[in-house]
Ligand binder design. Sequence first.
Ligand SMILES: Nc1ncnc2c1ncn2[C@@H]1O[C@H](COP(=O)(O)OP(=O)(O)O)[C@@H](O)[C@H]1O
Ligand code: SF4
Ligand SMILES: [Mg+2]
Length: 379
Amino acid sequence: MSEHLLRVDDLHISVGGGPARRRRRRPRRGAGAGAGAPARAGARAVQGVSFTIRRGEAVGFVGESGSGKTLTCRAALGVLAPGCTVTAGEIDFDGTSLVDLPRRRWDGLRGTRIGAVFQDPGSYLNPSHTVGRQLAEQFRVKLGHNRRDARQAALALLTTLGLQQPELVYHQYPHELSGGMLQRVVLAIAVAGEPDLLVADEATTALDVTVQAEVLEALDRLRAERGLAILAVSHDLAVIAQLCDRILVFYAGEVVETGPTAEVLANPRHPYTAALLRVASVGDWRRRELEVIDGAAPPAGAAITGCRFADRCAFVTDACRVAPVELRAVVPGAVVPGAVVPGVVVPGGPGIERAARCVRIDEIEPAARRDHERSGVPA
Ligand SMILES: Nc1ncnc2c1ncn2[C@@H]1O[C@H](COP(=O)(O)OP(=O)(O)O)[C@@H](O)[C@H]1O
Ligand code: SF4
Ligand SMILES: [Mg+2]
């Protein structure tokens, strides 16, 4: 059994490309997707992303729209869209390499070892069957339950997920349920096969704040009761802050900061993270979204020599633009001079999991912290 349930190492994904030539009789691939196929050059939308998730751990991706969060998740789920290609890197799930995994092997993983829930629950349900039937079906197919046991298991899971009157819900059709109820039903379907990992991409984004809190609670309960590991994605920092043990902050296709949630919130070491926290602190910080920092991120594939955040950074100097900026390990409360972590590697152990991609990491910390303190964000 691997120490890490999921290990993503130096992942690169391009978009808008495609196969250079068609090969006949090429076996169909799960969308680890076309890795290894001769590809027309696309725009690099994800570059050098690395992270790990341990069993039972919740890891969150946060960052503005278009920063590469969903592409990274989709690569780990084998469901990249046509034209999106893993061009380099490794994705290992419990000892199995997922890049270029044949489709039939994906079918054995998705739903049973890895579940997923996305923003729009309605589109994942069949409108002409009751939700109970669709949920019970998962227990029959994934766990081989008979009809009666599948029904019992479905009712128990609806209860675990906080649905009142599960018997009633069981017999309802999708259109009869509210958005929050639907999202919990889809969550139930995603975890019915007892996966080890759940990928939740903007799973609470469309919900109002009360219902969002209920769904987050349901996720917490699943973690506690089943040791479920969670990869959660949101552009809403508050959601990730509430749910996750560790955070990865994405900017323009790269991870710019990573670390234990409490440490990153209390002591952001990258100016972009500090800016996110400042933005989140305006008004009701729990509901603030992140797209309101001045300026825009460079588009996927933009050729930038130095730091990709330079055009929006209040701390930029000439040194920021001369060479690619690597992630540097951060020891809480101190800086390790020159401790560059090539392609990240974020091994376990206190202190080493903390990294930021900034050449002025040691100079900026006090200023970022001061801004943060002024913002009054609860850490
Ligand atoms: N199917 C696709 N075709 C072309 N470009 C895509 C596709 N999916 C994502 N992209 C591009 O890749 C970048 C990252 O997208 P995405 O991972 O969806 O961002 P996020 O989830 O952080 O909002 C964006 O520039 C987006 O436009
Ligand atoms: S490397 Fe320079 S431009 Fe980039 S975040 Fe750090 S200070 Fe800002
Ligand atoms: Mg997304």
